[in-house]
Design a protein around this ligand. Structure first.
Ligand SMILES: [Zn+2]
Length: 148
């Protein structure tokens, strides 16, 4: 999924689970669960994009993720520590950060992360590949605010 979706899932986990020994592994596992759902992200049409476009789109995605996460904390979970939220977000994006050095710069030491993600990553092009993520996020935010 997009870095933004992973970040927002991480934010909800941070807001609801105060114990890092629990939140960090759950955040890491959430990446696998989320990517198994058919989705679009900045790498979906890799072959149709230049390197520069791929890189800039991914960077925008990461920045947007942190901005919207901040907004989510501000609006719904203001009692949550920001540094803690940031750590759980990084955990929820962990496999993508671990993949990036290989994906962008072909650094072989990080190929394991790329190969691992190939096992569960499920592509679906626009618009549905993005619609699914919006519905998932709205449902999660709703559940987190209303029921937990
Ligand atoms: Zn991923």
């Amino acid at each position: 999924m997009t870095a933004t979706t992973h970040a927002l899932i991480g934010t909800i986990i941070a807001a609801k689970i105060g114990n890092p020994a629990l939140a960090i592994p759950i955040a890491i596992a959430s990446h696998i669960a989320a990517d198994a759902i058919p989705h679009w992200d900045t790498a979906t049409n890799r072959k149709k994009k230049t390197f520069k476009k791929l890189f800039i789109h991914s960077l925008i995605d990461v920045i947007l993720g942190f901005a919207l996460s901040y907004l989510l904390i501000f609006l719904f979970f203001p009692q949550t520590n920001l540094a803690y939220t940031f750590s759980v977000i990084l955990a929820s994006q962990f496999f993508d950060w671990a993949t990036a050095p290989y994906y962008f710069f072909k650094i072989k030491a990080f190929k394991w992360a790329y190969s691992f993600q190939k096992l569960f990553d499920n592509d679906l092009d626009l618009p549905w590949g993005l619609v699914i993520q919006v519905i998932l996020l709205l449902s999660l935010v709703f559940a987190a605010v209303k029921f937990f």
